[in-house]
Unconditional design. Structure first.
Length: 391
């Protein structure tokens, strides 16, 4: 059943707002890491565990969510994702130990999987192919707006009022968005469900596998920066949580501005061609963080990193939909479960590996190794671009 234009716009607004709020809460914690470490007595490796726990929850929950969408449709997972986040923010507010923070962040990852998988699947299912890149670019812009707002909000509010206070406003917004989502989703016809096609052919598709590797790689790069750069900026330059939050906000701002460009480029010139344009500059940009003579000298690097990560990640969304279309469009939920799972694996590996490597060998060695791995993957992108429909 085709949705009316009004319902389509309302549903897109709910999806974008849900993704934005989820990533805002994700980014809140990053600038607070030095303060949390001092208050709860944990170091850089434990900071990586805290950040990676979100990805662990996302990784565990996503396959179950994909199966649930195929069985019951989109309504239950969407409302569970948005409403669940509202409840989890209450856990953040009351958390007084490292373990409690890890539990709350793990559960947030699980609810994130519901919002992302159901939201992206219904866009792929209900929007024309020629509009998917642009529409999914709006979702990624919502993702970036949340990332942009989260670190400054977390940094400044925690500086002024304490860690718990940073979660109050997001909790209020989450409960209001849950009510709005319920109003919109009750209008979604039960017929919007996923046909019971076997996902095996899609999961064996080399294009899907290749795009999943790309998604995991860019998530790992973004995740690697989160436990390493805040401590580097605080220890090397004495940067406050507010300053760190603003700098991480710049990476999100650039990501948001670059996401519609990435979607348009994927629609016009192909997903992989756009991905390659984004990946190559990161090889040169990442090691420069360790050479910065001052905290604010890293601002252009944060901006460039956000822009090029958008060019890598954004085209994977319409690229996955294109591969589903090759299999008669029956497994959008499976495709975006794969996207979420790949993103979760990257976010799980990136913070853990980055924190451990930086603690053992230093930031420069960690960033040089990351750049070398990106360079090693460029030939694989050229092969991925030869797959029909990916370009």
């Amino acid at each position: 059943m085709t949705m009316t234009p009004g319902l389509r716009r309302a549903l897109l607004a709910v999806i974008v707002a849900g993704v934005s709020l989820d990533t805002l809460v994700y980014g809140l914690v990053v600038p607070m890491l030095p303060r949390l470490g001092a208050e709860l007595e944990f170091g850089q490796t434990a900071a990586g565990i805290l950040l990676g726990s979100y990805a662990f929850g996302l990784c565990v929950a996503t396959p179950l969510i994909g199966l649930g969408i195929r069985r019951w449709g989109y309504r239950i997972p969407l409302i569970a994702g948005i409403g669940g986040l509202a409840l989890i923010l209450l856990l953040f507010l009351s958390a007084e130990s490292f373990t409690a923070m890890v539990v709350a962040r793990t559960l947030q990852g699980a609810t994130s999987g519901a919002t992302w998988t159901a939201g992206l699947a219904i866009i792929a299912d209900q929007w024309p192919a020629r509009e998917r890149g642009r529409t999914m670019g709006l979702v990624m812009t919502g993702f970036a707006v949340g990332l942009m707002a989260g670190p400054p909000l977390g940094g400044f509010v925690s500086d002024w009022f304490g860690v718990a206070a940073a979660f109050v406003l997001p909790a209020i917004v989450a409960f209001a968005l849950t009510a709005a989502a319920a109003i919109v989703l009750v209008r979604l016809h039960p017929g919007h469900s996923i046909p019971h096609a076997h996902p095996g052919r899609l999961l064996a598709d080399p294009g899907v596998i290749g795009l999943a590797i790309v998604v995991a790689a860019v998530a790992a790069v973004m995740g690697l920066l989160e436990p390493t750069l805040p401590l580097f900026l605080e220890q090397r330059f004495g940067s406050s949580a507010g300053t760190i939050g603003v700098l991480f906000g710049l990476i999100a701002l650039a990501f948001g501005l670059g996401s519609p460009l990435a979607g348009h480029s994927a629609d016009q010139w192909g997903a992989v061609a756009t991905i390659r344009r984004g990946a190559a500059p990161l090889i040169l940009i990442l090691p420069l963080f360790a050479l910065a003579p001052g905290a604010w000298w890293t601002a252009p690097l944060f901006i460039a990193t956000g822009l090029f990560c958008a060019l890598v990640l954004g085209p994977a969304l319409p690229g996955l939909a294109a591969r589903v279309d090759r299999h008669e469009g029956q497994s959008y939920a499976v495709a975006y479960a794969v996207f979420n799972l790949a993103f979760a694996v990257g976010l799980l590996i990136g913070p853990l590996a980055g924190a451990a490597l930086a603690e053992q060998f230093g930031l420069m060695s960690t960033l040089l190794l990351t750049a070398a791995l990106i360079a090693a993957g460029l030939p694989g992108l050229r092969r991925l671009g030869r797959i029909d429909g990916l370009g």
